[in-house]
Write a protein that binds this ligand. Structure first.
Ligand SMILES: *Cc1c(COP(=O)(O)O)cnc(C)c1O
Length: 389
């Protein structure tokens, strides 16, 4: 082993000692079940919020209608060269129309989206005000930009307003970056409050990542901005296809000018192979049936309320208002033990530990799917009992 390898091995050992070593789990899937080590567990850790990814009939009906260019398994090029198949434009037009917006642009993934849009639109005259808990992809986008960035305390709209008061005369452009449903706490941002800031400080733009809300929230499944009736006020309304939409990729809803600008300046759009047409066609198929998923949205809501009540009964309060429910335990080792207990009981949940979440808030993260039933959750109640003090 070389000296360099020794160094990396040392770091891995340190991670292992601290209980923080990451490994890729061996897992197979069977509908709503995860099969691990020969045991079948109810999957409470996926992002298949509507249960579409585990619906074989839906896949069969899509595949049966597939033909021509839409069946291609590779685009073989960037969209700016020869990879811009017509299905891309059809999907973007469909999305823009759903939101009643001028334009939409799609990307290879949510990671590409966040890591690419921010550096393209933010320069050294830009101030980014980002919620403390935004996703790593947004943080990487901020790091890649030359903008000044200040992170405000999670959900602290008052601090955000103070920062706007303080800096609005200094920066010609300010971007507020947040998520609508937060991935670790499941809480929901009052987007309407942010829209008010835009009226007060007109150089402000709103960048909202709806990764966990698209397909799930709002009457038509367009997200929290639809629910709070402020879709038109969000400058960059971002969503992903890899979660509730059961596909892959991401999109931004924006103005026509901004779409043209991004096509010219966004490196994670320009310098990457476009998604395979077949995946884009599948996304289009799922999106075109958005109204059909209303029952699934309603069922997910029922499941979320039910699990939230079960957690409260066991003494675990949370601020979650969504299908993501944290059960905050505290110490990493305790969270690990609880995860093992729930897994032995037939539920596939994972512990989330620092640094992914703040120190002292290690937790179990429940992530529900419309494919499961209230009865499926029944066995959890006994397992959730807090340890006697
Ligand atoms: C999952 C997620 C992403 C990344 O999306 P991918 O399509 O998986 O790359 C971005 N932002 C948020 C808030 C997410 O939860």
């Amino acid at each position: 082993m070389t000296d360099t390898e020794q160094t990396y091995r040392q770091i891995l050992r340190q991670l292992e000692t601290n209980g923080c070593l990451r490994t890729l789990p061996e897992i197979t899937h069977s509908g709503k079940w995860a099969v691990i080590g020969g045991r079948q567990l109810l999957n409470l850790s996926s992002n298949d919020y509507l249960g579409l990814a585990s619906d074989p009939e839906l896949h069969a009906s899509f595949l049966a209608g597939l033909s021509g260019e839409e069946a291609l398994l590779s685009s073989s090029s960037s969209r700016l060269l020869t990879g811009n198949y017509s299905v891309y434009r059809e999907l973007e037009d469909m999305i823009a129309e759903s939101y009643g917006a001028e334009a939409a642009l799609t990307f290879g993934s949510g990671y590409h989206m966040n890591a690419g849009i921010i550096p393209a639109v933010a320069d050294s005259n830009t101030l980014i005000l980002a919620d403390k808990l935004v996703h790593a992809s947004l943080i990487d986008g901020i790091r890649l930009s030359t903008a000044r960035c200040i992170r405000y305390r999670h959900g602290d709209i008052c601090q955000l307003e103070q920062l706007l008061q303080k800096y609005h005369a200094v920066f010609p452009r300010i971007i507020i970056a947040t998520e609508s449903i937060f991935s670790m706490d499941g809480d929901v941002t009052p987007l309407m409050r942010l829209v008010e800031f835009k009226r007060k400080f007109p150089q402000t733009m709103l960048y909202v990542d709806e990764a966990h809300a698209v397909g799930v929230r709002g009457k038509r499944g367009l997200g929290v901005a639809e629910e709070q009736d402020c879709m038109k006020d969000i400058d960059f309304l971002c969503g992903t296809f890899g979660k509730a939409m059961a596909s892959v990729g991401a999109f931004v809803v924006c103005s026509k000018i901004m779409r043209d600008y991004l096509i010219n300046k966004m490196r994670t759009l320009i310098f990457t192979t476009a998604l395979p047409p077949v995946n884009v066609a599948w996304t289009k198929y799922v999106w075109s049936r958005m109204d059909d998923w209303a029952d699934r949205r309603a069922h997910l809501h029922v499941l979320s309320a039910h699990l939230k009540q079960m957690l409260e009964l066991s003494g675990f309060h949370s601020d979650s208002q969504s299908q993501i429910l944290p059960m905050t335990i505290g110490e990493s080792s305790e969270a690990l033990l609880m995860a093992e207990k729930l897994q032995s009981g037939g539920y596939y949940v994972l512990p989330v530990r620092p640094p992914t979440v703040p120190a002292g808030t290690a937790r179990i993260r429940f992530s529900l799917s419309a494919g499961i039933t209230v009865e499926d959750l029944q066995g959890l109640q006994l397992l959730l009992q807090k340890k006697k003090e």
